[in-house]
Write a protein that binds this ligand. Sequence first.
Ligand code: NDP
Length: 293
Amino acid sequence: MPATIIDGKAVAAAAIERVKAGSEAFRTANGLPPGLAVVLVGEDPASQVYVASKGRMAKECGFHSVQHTLAADTTQDELLALIATLNADPAVHGILVQLPLPGHLDERVTIGALDPAKDVDGLHDISIGRLASGQVDKTLVPCTPKGCMELLETVFPQGLSGLTAVVVGRSNLVGRPVAALLQHANATVTIAHSRTRDLPDLCRSADILVAAIGRPEFIKGDWVKPGATVIDVGINRIPAREKGEGKTRLVGDVEFSTAVDRAASITPVPGGVGPMTIAMLMANTLRAAEQSV
Ligand code: NDP
């Protein structure tokens, strides 16, 4: 029987409704809405699209939403000065610096300058340290990993205790934090990466398989344990000649067409993890606002 498709759009929409209600309650209680500032340096077209959609969603949630667009040749000191201003602004509860930054700017120095209480991307060393040391309730968790966990909650409402999880990918943005969250949820977690041996066999041991690699359809259906849950974080654009010359389509890191026959539940790409990321950014901003009072 083919797998149940985990509907990320629906789960994200429900999360956004909860944020809207929380945002309204926050405004009523505190006389100001939750505030999100997004900082974009340069004119990378993909980043411009992401930043615009974050701003739109923030407004939809009833947030105070500000965008700071800086020239591509902005200096590190100018960027740090803006961050200091936003750190001190009581109307701003969450600050997101859109990555990647232009090459002459240091991402760790920049993220390190954020007030950890406003670090809605969860990328500050203090946020990472709290997550790694199990202080999940005291930190803002990175948005995509948080989204993966919310999707898993829909499949396992009773929790993940005792399940085995394999996370393929160890980036600071996705693989590492998702592994920390799975472990915090009492799954038994293995992190795989490009030096892992016998990856297909390892994947076949997983009740929960999370793919965050960045390689189109890399994980094949017969790597999936029958009855497993597959969370495909990958977003890869590949040529789609069937749609016409020069056309493209999005695929995940898992070969969906074969995995869907082995898994019990699986996220599609698009429409799985993707919509959760922005919803979790809104949830983190509300949380940062609530924790500020
Ligand atoms: P990175 O490139 O930072 O990390 C990729 C990881 O995959 C690395 O740890 C790397 O291992 C591992 N890897 C690469 N090749 C292999 C291989 N052949 N076998 C096993 N492991 C391998 O990517 P990100 O974590 O930032 O992103 C991963 C994917 O998720 C991308 O497709 C990205 O577009 C997508 N993404 C989606 C988001 C969403 O909203 N849905 C948000 C963020 C990312 P090593 O460390 O050894 O090099």
